[in-house]
Design a protein around this ligand. Structure first.
Ligand code: CU
Length: 180
């Protein structure tokens, strides 16, 4: 009487969905102390552009807050942590004062239209398909190397795992992680 075939179907579906998510997860997930950084990406920039954005997700699995305070990259003169806000109907961005707090047990998403990394004084255009090594600076976790996957100019999110699953050795220097 309590047997319900539809429950099995539902379970099967859930299992399938979670497996599916796993298989399209991004090649790079960087762990640094209590932080897990994933889905790091950026957009291609038009020639001559001097700035580019950077987007990722930071999850704090620990019990203490941390802060993303800045970073650096060889691809640009400076790297800042920015936020967007709308003032009088105009989208503006400015550096996050004192760093971006990552509360314990929470994830913070840097995405177009919100918090983002700002690569200032780009040394060369970012090209779709390239990988841009970036060193993030956290208050507690310290320096963390991640790689931004460069998507198309109008990309709204990170690209799937299609193509480019392998890691560039040069991008791997600085942390000991290997392929899982
Ligand atoms: Cu910005």
């Amino acid at each position: 009487m309590h047997r319900s075939p539809s429950k099995h179907v539902l379970l099967g579906t859930l299992l399938f969905v979670s497996l599916g998510l796993t298989s399209v997860s991004y090649a790079q997930e960087v762990k640094a102390g209590d932080l897990v950084i994933s889905q790091a990406w950026t957009r291609a920039t038009p020639g001559g552009a001097k700035v580019g954005g950077g987007y990722l997700i930071v999850e704090n699995k620990g019990s203490a807050p941390d802060k993303l305070v800045g970073g650096s990259t060889d691809a640009a003169g400076r790297l800042e942590v920015h936020q967007m806000s709308v003032e009088n109907g105009v989208m503006k961005m400015h550096p996050v004062d004192g760093g971006l707090a990552i509360a314990p047990g929470k994830s913070v998403k840097l995405a177009p239209g919100g918090y983002h990394l700002m690569l200032m004084d780009l040394k060369h255009p970012l090209k779709q398909g390239d990988k841009v090594p970036v060193t993030l600076q956290f208050e507690k976790a310290g320096k963390v190397d991640v790689t931004l996957d460069v998507g198309g100019i109008g990309a709204q999110g990170p690209q799937g795992a299609s193509g480019g699953g392998h890691m560039d050795d040069k991008a791997m220097t600085g942390h000991s992680g290997g392929k899982m």
